[in-house]
Design a protein around this ligand. Structure first.
Ligand SMILES: *Cc1c(COP(=O)(O)O)cnc(C)c1O
Length: 359
């Protein structure tokens, strides 16, 4: 059986050694030493001044929306994981969908301005599959209309844009360290902002608003993460270079096989050091896509229809039609990609995909 993804596992002894230390300290959560070390390690690895480690990538989005004080319309992408949209609705805001660019699969800046109303307060865009949005165009529109920008950079561990971590852009960027992401802490996530005021609010909000044992600075929630999660993150961080390099090699290996099929792939933004977080391919028709999907499944290989259906079709939102996103979403498959995947397995996946298209 080949799954679409399998979590990375560091050598068990390395995690056990960390757990033994946690045991001795009996400091299990609440900004413990490993959480601090994790934040320091990530700042160093990603080249960031600040990084707040939180419970998961969804609470990161919710904290971002809350910290910017948003309550009305947020322009967003229909082509992402459900958390991008559900966080907006959960925070009492209204998602206004704008269709995606047919080459990058990220929100299309050319279509943003017509969607802006008097109620629009922000743009929440996903760098889908780790590929940066058109950051300059989005910032120009945001500046012109005084909108906040949040990037759901859940897929972006290791992606650099113009020589810097892509997490530096926007008013706030969020990331996920869920077990299925290329770098993980079992559950976990983070928020990044360059604005000290925003950062301060995020830090208070992550910890119930506490600014002392008996005092509070505004309302908060429990967005903290534990020593055990930080330990897993720290163990995995040592292998981050390996994980990124392996994905790049696997992507090339896939390409060598599948280039014959002329499948469409997202065009990565110029100026990007890409992290190869996923291996998405777009078939010519939905029928061809389903044929590949089902033939793989018959061979116990589980590709995923990431992201199908579009978020604009969720029952708790309303939307104009999103023809580009709906079209791509019906025809796209993410093929298996993870650290333990072997070249022989990739060969097998590719042979089956090729066979499904020719017969
Ligand atoms: C995984 C993911 C999230 C949610 O992150 P969790 O850590 O699972 O809560 C949000 N947005 C996108 C695009 C994701 O892929």
């Amino acid at each position: 059986m080949i799954q679409v993804t399998v979590p990375f596992q560091p050598p068990k002894e390395e995690y056990e050694a960390m757990v033994s230390d946690i045991w001795l300290r009996n400091w299990l959560t609440n900004n413990g030493p490993l959480v601090n070390e994790m934040e320091l390690g990530l700042k160093e690895y990603l080249g960031l001044k600040h990084f707040l480690f939180v419970s998961n990538g969804t609470i990161a989005l919710q904290l971002a929306i809350k910290a910017l004080g948003l309550s009305k319309e947020i322009i967003t992408t229909p082509f992402s994981y459900v958390a991008t949209t559900s966080s907006i609705v959960w925070e009492g805001c209204t998602p206004v969908f704008v269709d995606i660019d047919p080459e990058s699969f990220n929100i299309d800046p050319a279509k943003i301005e017509v969607a802006i109303t008097e109620e629009t307060e922000a743009i929440l865009a996903t760098h889908v599959y780790g590929n940066p949005c058109d950051i300059e165009a989005i910032q120009r529109i945001a500046d012109k209309h005084r909108l906040k920008v949040i990037y759901d950079a859940a897929h972006c561990f290791g992606t650099r844009y113009q020589g810097e971590s892509v997490l530096k852009f926007g008013d706030i960027s969020t990331i996920s360290f869920h077990a299925t992401k290329l770098f993980h802490s079992v559950e976990g996530g983070g928020v990044v902002s360059q604005d000290p005021e925003v950062l301060k609010r995020l830090a208070y909000m992550r910890n119930f608003g506490h600014n002392g044992p008996e005092s509070f600075d505004g309302m908060g929630i429990n967005g903290k993460n534990s020593e055990f999660h930080a330990a897993m993150g720290l163990c995995n961080l040592k292998y981050a270079d390996d994980i990124l390099a392996k994905r790049k090699r696997d992507t090339k290996h896939y390409n060598r096989w599948l280039d014959k099929l002329k499948l469409q792939k997202p065009v990565v933004a110029v100026g990007t050091e890409f992290n190869y977080a996923y291996y998405p391919v777009v078939f010519e028709t939905e029928e061809a896509c389903l044929k590949a999907f089902e033939t793989l499944e018959m061979n116990r290989i589980f590709a995923r229809r990431y992201f199908y259906p579009t978020l604009s079709s969720l029952e708790y939102v309303t939307s104009e039609p999103m023809p580009v996103a709906e079209d791509i979403s019906r025809r796209i498959l993410c093929l298996p990609l993870y650290y333990q995947l072997t070249e022989v397995e990739i060969d097998m996946v590719c042979r089956i995909v090729l066979r499904s298209q020719y017969y």
